[in-house]
Design a protein around this ligand. Sequence first.
Ligand code: AMP
Length: 189
Amino acid sequence: MAAVRRICVFCGSRPGRRPIHLEQAQALAAAIADRKLGLVYGGSSLGLMAAVAEATLARGGEVIGVIPQALVDKEIAHQRLTEQHVVGSMHERKALMDKLSDAAIAMPGGFGTLEEFFEMVTWGQLGLHRKPLGLLNVDRFYESLIRQIDLAVAEGFILPANRALFIDAPDPAAMLDRILAFEPPPPGK
Ligand code: AMP
């Protein structure tokens, strides 16, 4: 597997109701910066997205944002990043985030987070990349989603080999250790 130098983080454009989500966003940022990895994210100054970016910058880490022009005002494009790319569409945003990063992690979030993460999983399933992908299961936030995926495997909709396309871990340090040690599964049949 290619060396992981930058990690794409998908997470909520809202902070969530409980402080643990912001705390874990900052802990993920610290784990990324302490390992001398760069962060790629959606370029917003809102919610968990801003928390990850600002905590990475505070520890001297590189932060690259990618935001569509249409969201520059709505999500309030962050002004203090190492680099901010303003692109023409949501599709261009995801393509550039993919191009700039070597792995992706989803923290708690809403529809956008889930959509972005599962698009990366489906691209992996199609063999378009072999990047490590991780679901950060903060305080069991993703427990029922993981159960749903296991049900889809049991019901014959996801190949058992493809269940290994992403990993889950309860905390950022464990997640990064597993991302850096990740071996992609052989192509599913
Ligand atoms: P959310 O998890 O809904 O708070 O959204 C997190 C991020 O995902 C935000 O930057 C959204 O703009 C972005 N997002 C929402 N829907 C999509 C989509 N269909 N494709 C790409 N990004 C999206």
